[in-house]
Design a protein around this ligand. Structure first.
Ligand SMILES: [Cu+2]
Length: 352
């Protein structure tokens, strides 16, 4: 042994302490369970840091404490220690080794960052909107919007995130990845949830007085439950009142392009006060705009023309288009809807 005695003992003590410290750090820095495909490489990065921290801390502490204890001054020893003027080999080593380690961690981080943010095949897009102080989620393919983020398990997700006001940050600790929302830009974040369960989305960017309340429920569910969620939250005509549906059709069938609701005459007469009003037709006769007249004016606009307007100015094909809409609603919702009755119900709400 002789010359190598101290380095060997220090080496062994360092390894033993580093192992103990590694378990201590892993226990101290508790992380919630990892629940996304992106979490695994980030978890590895955590482990690499724990190992590095444990080794460095152990190395410094062991050498220091070993020196203090083993090379302490014995009673009666008044001699001087050796005079040392530097050690070139040691200085080169402690410059080069940390440089390599730091660059190594940098490269590791970069590679991992690219892996975690890489585009995946078969991504499902969910739009995330953050605002002071709430979140909302849109499923553009299904025309569903929701206040909860519901995701199918094992499905690669692309979150397209928007902020309506200030900086926010999307953070679900179990997914391990985090992304700021920047007003004016679409910020992407990719996650593939791997564990069915309930999680909590937190805003991780201080964004005003309600920041700590800026939370949303996140649910990772089976594929079947996800399909059910889309069905349950999809827009249904049959959930609306006839008046609400009429207003919906007024926009959807583009009646609003020609008929105002505020009395302004556009390409067609305004609908303000239309129900049961006395209508002067282009032949000078006067009719009451009752249900029957209104229905005929929609299906057969040319039959009676309102004075001041031209024959053929109103599209002639609404009869067919309305029949198509009714057939679709029947197919999707199993409910028979009379679109014209709904439009008339809406007109009845428009007295002045
Ligand atoms: Cu926020």
């Amino acid at each position: 042994m002789g010359k190598l005695k101290h380095p060997i003992i220090v080496g062994v003590l360092t390894l033993i302490s580093a192992t103990g410290l590694y378990f201590l750090f892993d226990w101290m820095f508790t992380r919630p369970k990892a629940a996304s495909a992106q979490a695994a490489p980030i978890e590895d990065l955590f482990q690499a840091h724990f190992i590095m921290m444990a080794l460095l801390f152990a190395l410094i502490m062991v050498i220091m404490l070993y020196a203090v204890v083993v090379f302490r001054r014995r009673p009666g020893d008044d001699s001087d220690g050796p005079h040392i003027h530097g050690n070139t080999g040691l200085e080169i080593a402690w410059t080069i080794i940390p440089t390599i380690v730091v660059i190594g961690f940098g490269v590791y981080g970069l590679v991992l960052f690219r892996e975690v943010t890489a585009e995946q095949t078969d991504e499902m897009v969910v739009e995330v909107v953050g605002r002071q102080w709430s979140w909302s989620f849109e499923y553009p393919d299904a025309e569903v919007s929701s206040a909860r983020l519901v995701l199918p398990v094992d499905q690669p997700i692309l979150l397209e995130m928007y902020s309506e006001d200030v900086l926010h940050s999307f953070w679900v600790p179990e997914f391990r990845v985090k992304q700021d929302l920047v007003p004016g830009s679409m910020m992407p974040l990719r996650i593939t949830p791997t564990e069915i369960g309930s999680y909590r989305l937190r805003c991780a960017e201080i964004c005003g007085t309600g920041h700590s309340d800026m939370l949303a429920d996140v649910e990772v569910v089976s594929r079947a439950d996800f399909e059910q969620f889309l069905i349950d939250s999809a827009f249904r005509y049959s959930d609306l009142t006839p008046e609400e549906r009429g207003e919906q059709f007024y926009v959807e069938l583009t009646c609003n392009g020609c008929h105002s609701l505020d009395g302004t005459v556009g390409a067609g007469p305004s609908w303000q006060g239309i129900y049961l009003r006395e209508e002067v037709l282009n032949d000078g006769s006067v009719v009451i705009a009752d249900d029957d007249y209104l229905r005929r004016s929609i299906i057969n606009p040319n039959e009676q023309i309102v004075q001041g307007f031209n024959e053929g100015a109103m599209p002639q094909n609404f009869g067919e288009r309305i029949a198509t809409v009714e057939a679709e609603i029947l197919a999707n919702e199993g409910v028979e809807i009379d679109v014209i009755a709904d439009l008339i119900a809406f007109m009845q709400t428009l007295d002045q």
